[in-house]
Design a protein around this ligand. Structure first.
Ligand code: 7GP
Length: 834
């Protein structure tokens, strides 16, 4: 720190940031003319975006500095959210809104000759995630900052985020997403770098006190360099930190020696190998592929993050037993589970603690969130791979398992099979490490993400663990979404209208205030304004569809939307089969009757994992149906089918506010929660959905009359599957007609869709498409009926929004803070006092 006498000079020059339009313009022009080396003669929209972002970044970093100083000074317990994915989307709009300066920026940009929407549109999404899990992490960061929690996110700085999707001749084509050409939102911290080891040997020796000391001598080192991303809270002085690690070659000198020996190429190759670790996000959603590089990513990120956390703790010079009083670490699914092992290693091998003392600290520190029950998504790593990559960690895992098995054996001496079932090491060939079990054993709390899901994990995949640890270790925290991005930012007009009836913008900090809207559900004038906003949002989407795909859709039609990752369990195939059924029904009608039908636009969007053949077939079928239906003169505006390419966060912000009906139709018991369901309802759309995930709680909150539920219940799924397997599967007759039409070649070569049809017809219909098809079709007919009465429809939408308070990620974060982390917000009274 600077000595006292010199501090005056510092204070005199301390930067304070802009607070009005002129100040913003001045900063913008300064960045254009100096940082970007341009002028008013060559400042295009992209440069204006860059300069605006830099101006806001400078502004944010001041809050960020103050927040960090305050949190260090107060030294309260902090939360660390470890997530391999953060699906952040765009930052500029969010920063302007959260610090309350969008109006000022709009006026400033306009004076300088730009439209703010065009400037915002220049930004490339930060897409460091696949889907629900990654976007949840981003919503959580927003809530943590907005509620003033001392919290850090830790992740990886992938050079390539989730691929960009193009549709070529109806097929998905993946294009790499290199997003770092220009990223004003990150601060490289080259001073914060940590060497991370891999491979090598483990040594045991006895010290002077006769104690065995184990040490690990890695065979390869990779350097982790920190990049910090400021996370502004909404209307608070808190700007938290998201720290992303980038991998580099561990030491340039080492390379230099080799270079001198004439091994230039191999020296560079080593550097490239190191850089590979953080190069690319694995593009699988709800699927584990067990690739070695993925395990490397996990350890690299977890070890760097823990080193950082431990270093911060050690500065306080507290005894180790106070570690869990200062540090709460949340594991976002099992991807960071190695943190459990790494902390145990640090405590016993490096800090010299006894096993039991260390283990108590570890368990008190960690919490684990499970996001799926799908077996193909549960992580397992082979023992051989561990032995090769992380030999010391494997030993520790074996010890953790040994002590755990001993405990279980004492508890259930007569149940031999229990030990086999719950062992962290699966005795298969090859032997596997079951990461979820390790995460459970290493945490003090395990939570699911919606009530049904949390009940299911307790009665199915983790049943034995409930018997061992007792039911209190397992809890539920129903997911939530940030209303700042998903209402205020995505749907400014609706947000403003709501503010006129809810005593201002307070609902953005306390979403339960939306209940004040309830009494306007029957207010004709209010409903009219509401409907006009929905219509304007649909016009905007229709324009986008026309411009990008050349398809004309009528904004007065019912917009029926399913946008999410493409997955068999999410059942986009059922949706498109339903669309085909609708098409056939319309075609078979007399023209007079046909004219009276409710016009619809079926909108799809979502990426398929590159290796997921069935998901790709679904995309192809949707596009093939679209090209037939959209060009059928008998049908006209009655039905259009649109697949919007490259669905991502910023597209979601445009699509969701334009939906009348959205589809959340997973096989009951498969979708842990879903979060877009919440976004759609919050934006004044209704849901057609199954009794799955958070749909159930949305129904509880908004009322059964305001949602279109259909299909079999989770409790019946097992019996139905059993019946399929034993040949009692008679296909739904309407679905048979759909299949016949596909097989006739109406939508192109039937072989192209053979897998989809066969999965229902021949392979047991695991996802119960046929079982649910009839009730799905019938429920869509009810939707058409309901939509005819627009007054009543809008009233349902208003009532639903009024009752969505529960689904704020603020509520969710407060629940984690209270029941899992035991942390409190850092309330700021006098900001000047750091
Ligand atoms: C998702 C779940 O599928 C979704 O239902 C939930 O809303 C979301 O997490 C947030 O909790 N899971 C994933 O995205 C995923 O990849 C496997 O889970 C690890």
């Amino acid at each position: 720190a600077i000595p006292e006498p010199q501090r005056e000079a510092w204070k005199k020059h301390s930067v304070s940031g802009f607070s009005d339009k002129d100040g913003f313009e001045k900063e913008l022009v300064r960045h254009v003319e100096t940082t970007l080396a341009r002028s008013m003669y060559n400042c295009d929209e992209n440069a204006a975006y860059a300069a605006s972002s830099l101006a806001f970044r400078d502004r944010l970093i001041l809050d960020w500095n103050r927040t960090q100083q305050r949190q260090t000074y107060r030294d309260n317990k902090r939360v660390y959210y470890l997530s391999l994915e953060f699906l952040m989307g765009r930052a500029l709009d969010n920063a302007m809104l959260n610090i309350g300066q969008k109006d000022l920026a709009k006026a400033g940009l306009s004076e300088l000759g730009y439209r703010i929407e065009d400037i915002i549109d220049q930004e490339h999404d930060a897409a460091l995630g696949n889907g629900g899990l990654g976007r949840l992490a981003a919503c959580f960061l927003d809530s943590l900052a907005s509620l003033n929690y001392p919290a850090w996110g830790y992740g990886l700085r992938y050079r390539y985020g989730i691929f960009k999707q193009q549709i070529v001749n109806g097929y998905q084509v993946e294009v790499p997403d290199y997003w770092l050409h220009f990223n004003p939102w990150e601060f490289p911290r080259h001073d914060i770098s940590i060497d991370i080891g891999f491979h090598g040997q483990v040594h045991k020796k006895t010290d002077e006190n006769g104690k065995t000391v184990t040490s690990w001598e890695p065979g390869q080192m990779v350097k982790a360099v920190a990049y910090d991303v400021p996370i502004p809270g909404y209307d608070t002085p808190t700007t938290n930190n998201l720290r992303l690690w980038s991998s580099e070659a561990a030491s340039e000198e080492f390379d230099f020696q080799r270079f001198n020996r004439g091994e230039y190429e191999s020296a560079v190759a080593e550097q490239q190998t190191a850089e590979t670790i953080s190069a690319v996000l694995y593009p699988n959603d709800n699927l584990d592929r067990g690739k070695e590089l993925r395990l490397k990513q996990q350890y690299f990120w977890v070890a760097a993050s823990l080193y950082d956390i431990v270093r911060r703790f050690k500065k306080s010079r507290r005894p180790w037993r106070e570690f869990p009083d200062q540090v709460a670490i949340q594991l976002n699914d099992t991807h960071p589970t190695l943190a459990v092992v790494e902390l145990q290693r640090v405590l016993i091998d490096l800090e010299g603690l006894e096993w039991d003392d260390a283990w108590n600290i570890v368990v008190e520190t960690f919490g684990y969130t499970n996001h799926t029950v799908l077996p193909e998504a549960l992580e397992k790593w082979s023992v051989g791979l561990f032995q090769h990559l992380l030999p010391r960690h494997l030993q520790i895992i074996y010890d953790i398992n040994l002590f755990f098995l001993q405990k279980v054996e004492r508890m259930f001496p007569d149940d031999r099979d229990m030990l086999r079932r719950i062992s962290i090491i699966e005795e298969a060939s090859p032997k596997m490490v079951r990461m979820a079990y390790l995460a459970i054993v290493g945490s003090h709390k395990v939570n699911g993400v919606a009530e049904l899901h949390s009940d299911l994990i307790k009665t199915t995949i983790f049943k034995d663990f409930v018997a061992i640890f007792g039911p209190d270790k397992f809890t539920n925290v129903t997911n939530g979404i940030t209303p700042r991005r998903w209402l205020h930012q995505a749907n400014a007009k609706l947000s403003d209208l709501i503010a006129t009836k809810c005593e201002g913008n307070g609902f953005l900090n306390d979403l339960t205030m939306l209940s004040k809207l309830e009494k306007f559900a029957e207010d004709k004038e209010f409903r009219k304004e509401w409907a006009e906003i929905k219509f304007a949002n649909k016009v905007r989407l229709a324009k986008y569809i026309k411009e990008t795909m050349g398809i004309s859709v009528n904004p007065s039609a019912l917009f029926d939307v399913q946008v999410k990752r493409i997955h068999e369990y999410k059942r986009q195939q059922m949706n498109i089969f339903g669309v085909i059924h609708r098409y056939l029904t319309l075609k078979a009608m007399a023209p007079e009757k046909r004219k009276k039908q409710q016009p619809r636009v079926s909108i799809f969007g979502g990426k398929a994992a590159p290796g997921y053949w069935m998901a790709k077939q679904i995309i192809h079928l949707i596009n093939s149906v679209g090209s037939v239906v959209n060009n059928d003169a008998d049908i006209g505006d009655l039905l259009k089918v649109v697949f919007i390419a490259d669905y991502n966060v910023s597209k979601a912000e445009m699509i969701i506010p334009a939906s009348d009906l959205s589809e959340h139709i997973s096989t009951a018991g498969t979708e842990a929660s879903g979060t877009s369901n919440m976004k759609f309802v919050l934006n004044g759309g209704l849901i057609i959905g199954t009794c799955d995930g958070a749909n159930i709680e949305i129904t509880r909150e908004t009322g059964e009359n305001n949602i279109f539920l259909f299909g079999n219940l989770a409790e019946d799924v097992e019996d139905l599957r059993h019946a399929h397997t034993y040949g009692q599967h008679s296909l739904d007759p309407d679905l048979v007609k759909v299949f016949d039409e596909i097989n006739k070649g109406t939508f192109g070569s039937p072989e192209d869709f053979g897998g989809l049809v066969a999965s229902v017809r021949e392979h047991g219909d695991y996802y119960l498409v046929s079982d649910d098809f009839h009730s799905y079709i019938e429920t869509h007919a009810l939707v058409d009926e309901a939509y005819k009465n627009q007054e009543e429809w809008v009233s349902k939408c208003v009532l639903s929004v009024a009752r969505m308070g529960f689904f704020s990620s603020d509520r969710c974060i407060n629940e984690y803070a209270e029941s899992i982390w035991n942390v409190e917000p850092l309330v700021v009274k006098d900001d000047a006092k750091a």
